[in-house]
Design a protein around this ligand. Structure first.
Ligand SMILES: CSC[C@H]1O[C@H](OP(=O)(O)O)[C@H](O)[C@@H]1O
Ligand SMILES: Nc1ncnc2[nH]cnc12
Length: 288
């Protein structure tokens, strides 16, 4: 059995994990280009952690221009076994006020201007994302957040919008009528790509605002988000330290480690060698 290496994708407000020891920066080039920034590798206890600020240090990259494929591939190349995403979100439910966390278990992907797969002409695959989140990692993260003082809802649907503008009121009300819990701009195609790279993915969504549906609250703006984001990020850092404590020792295999076994359609003799060479970066098990 292998050890855990936890990849952490830090969203808005989380650009650094100060508890990381034995730090080194990793500059990784992938077949899909460069990730949002250098990766920060280090350890908490015996657990190796590799951190990537999703929008880059200085929050330079907007959601639609994130190179999601390079971000996931860089984490895979760096040896990550599991990914925890930490994200700022708007709340679509009265009982989820700013400051609450949601351990997301479903997504509705409304993005339309992003490349969503590592696979392409020359090698086709269709992975299942019926259960897009790793239950094991999600539960460990939720328990860690609770243990460090956060209110956490177990499970919830994250509506992923294209952005960068926030939603219209009609859209916000539509997503509420779909029973979505939170709204953000980044977890797709990230979660789909993580599944293609056979990396278990969990998402802790940290509420910063009530979007624009709430009759007593004004529509979301950046000032509201920033006011809440720093306290949320401090509790996210505490959660990560606690989570690292739970990942000491051996990592039992996950079914997601072999998600591609039944997904690849193109037989070996029909595959484009150049595409296969790229795919070796995210699934060396099958393509190297
Ligand atoms: C800076 S507020 C809007 C921005 O924050 C969220 O990003 P992340 O998931 O990386 O925390 C949201 O999805 C938007 O991209
Ligand atoms: N209301 C909102 N809509 C989309 N992304 C967000 N990130 C934080 N709050 C958000």
């Amino acid at each position: 059995m292998s050890q855990w290496t936890l990849g952490v994708i830090g969203g808005s407000g989380l650009y650094e994990i100060d508890a990381l020891e034995n730090r080194e920066t990793l500059r990784i080039e992938t077949p899909w280009g460069q990730p949002s920034d250098e990766l920060l590798a280090g350890s908490i206890g015996d657990v190796r952690i590799i951190f990537l600020p999703r929008h880059g240090r200085g929050h330079r990259v907007p959601p639609s221009q994130l190179n999601f494929r390079a971000n996931i591939a860089a984490l895979k190349i760096a040896g990550v076994t599991d990914i925890l995403s930490v994200s700022a979100v708007g709340s679509l439910k009265e009982h989820l006020p700013p400051g609450h966390f949601v351990a997301v278990d479903q997504f509705i992907d409304r993005t339309f201007a992003r490349t969503k797969s590592f696979f392409e002409t020359g090698c086709v695959a269709h992975v299942s994302v019926a259960d897009p989140v790793c239950e094991r990692l999600s539960k460990l993260a939720a328990d860690s957040a609770r243990a460090t003082g956060s209110e956490v809802q177990d499970g919830g649907t994250y509506l992923v919008m294209e952005g960068p503008q926030f939603s219209t009121r009609a859209e916000s009300l539509l997503y509420r009528s779909w029973n979505c819990d939170v709204i953000g701009m980044t977890n797709m195609p990230e979660a789909k790509l993580a599944r293609e790279a056979e990396l278990p993915y969990a998402s802790i969504a940290m509420v910063t605002d009530y979007d624009c549906w709430h009759e007593e609250e004004g529509p979301v703006d950046m000032a509201q988000i920033v006011a809440c984001m720093h306290d949320n990020a401090a509790r996210a850092r505490a959660m990560i330290v606690e989570l690292a404590g739970k990942l000491q020792g051996e990592r039992p295999a996950s079914p997601i480690d072999t998600a591609l076994d039944t997904a690849v359609v193109t037989p070996p003799d029909a595959r484009d060698p150049e595409v296969v060479r790229r795919l070796a970066a995210i699934a060396p098990r099958l393509f190297a």
